[in-house]
Design a protein around this ligand. Structure first.
Ligand SMILES: *[C@@H]1O[C@H](CO)[C@@H](O)[C@H](O)[C@H]1NC(C)=O
Ligand SMILES: *[C@@H]1O[C@H](CO)[C@@H](O)[C@H](O)[C@H]1NC(C)=O
Ligand SMILES: *[C@@H]1O[C@H](CO)[C@@H](O)[C@H](O)[C@H]1NC(C)=O
Ligand SMILES: *[C@@H]1O[C@H](CO)[C@@H](O)[C@H](O)[C@H]1NC(C)=O
Ligand SMILES: *[C@@H]1O[C@H](CO)[C@@H](O)[C@H](O)[C@H]1NC(C)=O
Ligand SMILES: *[C@@H]1O[C@H](CO)[C@@H](O)[C@H](O)[C@H]1NC(C)=O
Ligand SMILES: *[C@@H]1O[C@H](CO)[C@@H](O)[C@H](O)[C@H]1NC(C)=O
Ligand SMILES: *[C@@H]1O[C@H](CO)[C@@H](O)[C@H](O)[C@H]1NC(C)=O
Ligand SMILES: *[C@@H]1O[C@H](CO)[C@@H](O)[C@H](O)[C@H]1NC(C)=O
Ligand SMILES: *[C@@H]1O[C@H](CO)[C@@H](O)[C@H](O)[C@H]1NC(C)=O
Ligand SMILES: *[C@@H]1O[C@H](CO)[C@@H](O)[C@H](O)[C@H]1NC(C)=O
Ligand SMILES: *[C@@H]1O[C@H](CO)[C@@H](O)[C@H](O)[C@H]1NC(C)=O
Length: 629
């Protein structure tokens, strides 16, 4: 996280999305193939789809034979986290770009977004999505709506460094959110402004409560207040005590607004940066009496944090160096969770969920070649399961604009939506893997196995449900096409010297997240299925689902699971745990875009006919909902 640059980034984020998107003239080789006439004439816009930079994978240390024993016990194991659900990992969408993701009103929803949410719902039952971020501080609702059928407008006020970001919001944005929840099970957090205590602007909360009803599960008041001075939203004498006093003042404004009936679903304090040395630690906020004064008004206790940043205008950090230090490094992941253990206990004692409200690989857009490659999927899975083992109840992956490398999914720019689909990033695959690893029951308790003598490159986790081990997640962060760095996990349940009868199952089902290398960008598959390359996805997985059945040795009570380099293996120890995670039939949403491309240019991005694994109950040919205003 950085200092002043963070403010300039904030400003540039807002301008970036309105006018000065990075335009890439050097097309990704993927896009220049002769098979693709449409892309040869259209310019490529967007960091994720257009940046061709591929990092060198880290060198391979020896895994010394690569056989690691895992002993599981019936009845649970010491150190498991609190019960969580497959909806543990949700998404946080920057308010200023949210209309490009969600749609501009309740009648023109984005079918690709609906499919992405339906994928999560099939595995986890529901998804949590926050609409907010730095840009929420300058938000003002225009109750009569905005011109040109847009849900968000960013008028320029002032120039250069005195530029004051202003974000105008149409109620149509909230109608889009409401209508999304009638089609897929999305529960919402909304970010409310806190930039000006004398002008609290409660209208956004009024509309959100009235339109979203029970699907509004939290209202975030104040975003990263520990950076308010840095971001010039407060002066240099702003303290954590001032924040606590102001929060109470604005809470009162909401309590006195009869159109905001529910004032017990706030989310706070959303501080980010004590760990990075330029913000507040949670304990500093708790020591002001924040939780005793406002605990009853909180639905969630929230923090935000990114492990590193790309905010430095004068010289970016080197992603090749960041990769082994922060991302392919389980110890570094533990160091992100450990400092919050005290707060997760405080939250549990208050019976409040504790949420990592905004995270991703690196603030200020992430790093080229790192945030948009398989590394980020490996890291996200490790970090999410680690947070679950440290008693976080949820975490939200941030989605920003076209210039951001870390986006789980990126729509094309508005003027290219008629012939391009979305670019699905590695962290969206990670979200599916985590959803399946935890499943929909809400009983998943995660334990870090300390696999391979706590090796930083081969973390592993077990998931218990109701006292029984149901899934094991095995990560291999090495890159070695020779196969010499594959490892084999030897899973035993009971038996051996545990004093428990051997309970290793006769067979287990294994699903792999695979890529040719840790720094690969577009050849990621989950269970053999893919969202394809840049601009290629309509939000549905394509290809045949591929799972492996491994026969275990019940005589010796051991089940050998091979984990290639690189890969993440999810081992389903019971047929029920597999069936639950694969979900039931879900609605999918056809786009007209693929057809348009097909008709106009004779080109369709998915390979061959789409194979549908699960019966589709309902197909919405186009999203059209009758307006009933
Ligand atoms: C359990 O026993 C099997 C068979 O002897 C062995 O392969 C495995 O490594 C043992 N597991 C542990 C955790 O010691
Ligand atoms: C759907 O959107 C329309 C138009 O914006 C709106 O009138 C209607 O209230 C919305 N429905 C729901 C359930 O939010
Ligand atoms: C807060 O944001 C509003 C809306 O963008 C803006 O008009 C106002 O000047 C801001 N106030 C402060 C103190 O930053
Ligand atoms: C609305 O669109 C028209 C035509 O593209 C443009 O000239 C006008 O400036 C837009 N108005 C606003 C407020 O953005
Ligand atoms: C900062 O703002 C506060 C509240 O508006 C004010 O009381 C204080 O004097 C200001 N401090 C500085 C250094 O400007
Ligand atoms: C946990 O936080 C509370 C509140 O700030 C503090 O009093 C306590 O000392 C902390 N405990 C640890 C172990 O850090
Ligand atoms: C920004 O980058 C420059 C040049 O690489 C470096 O010297 C400086 O320490 C960096 N600043 C921060 C805050 O990371
Ligand atoms: C991994 O993280 C730990 C903890 O921060 C650190 O001590 C170690 O040097 C890191 N490993 C690498 C290869 O950078
Ligand atoms: C998580 O919560 C469980 C149950 O309350 C507790 O036993 C465990 O120590 C907690 N873990 C951490 C890392 O605080
Ligand atoms: C499409 O929009 C981008 C910014 O969103 C702009 O840079 C580009 O010039 C536009 N292209 C056309 C053909 O209008
Ligand atoms: C390593 O894993 C890959 C991918 O599953 C497989 O093709 C290869 O045969 C394995 N190699 C060895 C030596 O086990
Ligand atoms: C990645 O996928 C593309 C298209 O399917 C294929 O042409 C290419 O050979 C693959 N690259 C690797 C390294 O597997």
């Amino acid at each position: 996280m950085s200092l002043l640059s963070r403010f300039y980034y904030f400003v540039s984020l807002l301008s970036v999305v309105s006018c000065s998107v990075t335009v890439y003239t050097n097309l990704n080789p993927f896009l220049t193939g002769t098979a693709n006439p449409a892309f040869q004439t259209a310019i490529c816009i967007g960091a994720v789809p257009c940046d061709g930079n591929v990092l060198n994978p880290i060198p391979n240390p020896s895994l010394n034979g690569g056989q690691f024993a895992i002993q599981l016990y019936s009845g649970g194991m010491t150190g498991m986290g609190i019960p969580v659900s497959g909806s543990f990992l949700g998404f946080s969408i920057e308010l200023s770009v949210s209309n490009a993701v969600l749609g501009n009103n309740g009648n023109t929803l984005n079918p690709i977004f609906l499919n992405l949410m339906a994928n999560m719902q099939a595995r986890a039952g529901k998804t949590l999505v926050r609409v907010g971020g730095n840009s929420q501080e300058s938000a003002t609702v225009v109750p009569s709506g905005l011109p040109n059928n847009t849900a968000i407008e960013k008028p320029q006020v002032g120039t250069d460094r005195t530029f004051t970001p202003v974000l105008l919001i149409s109620p149509n944005l909230i109608y889009a959110m409401g209508n999304i929840s009638t089609l897929v099970n999305v529960e919402w957090f909304i970010g409310l402004p806190f930039n000006d205590t004398s002008n609290p602007r409660t209208t956004l909360a009024e509309i959100a409560q009235s339109v979203l009803g029970k699907n509004l599960i939290g209202m975030q008041l104040g975003n990263e207040p520990d950076l308010y001075t840095t971001n010039q939203l407060r002066n240099s004498s702003y303290t954590v005590q001032d924040y606590t006093v102001e929060w109470g003042q604005v809470l009162q404004d909401y309590q006195q607004d009869s159109k905001v009936p529910n004032t017990d679903i706030f989310v706070a304090p959303s501080i980010c940066c004590g760990l990075s040395g330029n913000g507040w630690m949670p304990e500093q906020v708790w020591d002001t009496g924040f939780l005793t004064q406002y605990g009853n008004n909180l639905a969630y206790i929230a923090v935000e944090h990114y492990p590193t940043n790309n905010c430095n205008d004068t010289g970016p950090l080197d992603p090749e160096q960041q990769m082994p230090q922060f991302f392919l490094n389980h110890s570094a992941v533990i160091e992100l969770s450990q400092p919050y253990a005290n707060t997760s206990q405080i939250a549990a004692q208050m019976n409040k969920p504790f949420i990592m409200f905004e995270t991703n690989t690196a603030s200020c857009g992430g790093f080229s070649g790192l945030s948009d490659s398989f590394v980020s999927a490996l890291w996200t899975i490790d970090y999410a399961l680690n947070m679950a083992s440290f008693n976080f109840s949820n975490a939200l992956l941030h989605v920003g604009g076209q210039s951001d490398y870390y986006n789980p999914f990126t729509p094309p720019t508005t003027n290219q939506t008629s012939y391009r689909q979305w670019s699905i990033g590695p962290t969206y695959y990670a979200a599916l893997v985590v959803a399946e690893a935890l499943g929909p029951t809400g009983d998943a308790q995660v334990l870090d196995l300390g696999l391979n003598n706590r090796n930083d490159l081969t973390p592993g986790y077990v998931i218990y449900e109701q006292g029984n081990p149901t899934r094991v997640v095995l990560i291999n962060s090495l890159t070695d096409p020779s196969g010499a760095s594959n490892y084999t996990a030897l899973i035993s349940v009971g038996g051996n010297n545990t004093g428990q009868p051997g309970a290793t199952p006769a067979t287990v089902t294994v699903k792999y997240l695979l890529a040719p290398s840790a720094t690969d960008k577009w050849n990621i598959t989950w269970g053999g299925q893919t969202f394809g390359g840049p601009f290629a996805s309509d939000g549905r997985l394509t290809g045949d689902l591929q799972t492996y059945t491994v026969t275990c040795d019940q005589t010796n009570n051991v089940c050998p699971i091979t984990v290639p380099a690189p890969a993440v293996a999810v081992v389903f120890l019971t047929p029920e745990s597999f069936a639950n995670s694969q979900g039931s039939a879900t609605v999918t949403f056809e786009t007209t875009i693929a057809t348009a491309v097909h008709n106009k240019h004779g080109y369709r991005q998915s390979d061959g006919p789409r194979k549908v694994k699960r019966p589709r109950r309902t197909i919405f040919p186009r999203i059209r909902i009758n307006e009933s205003r």
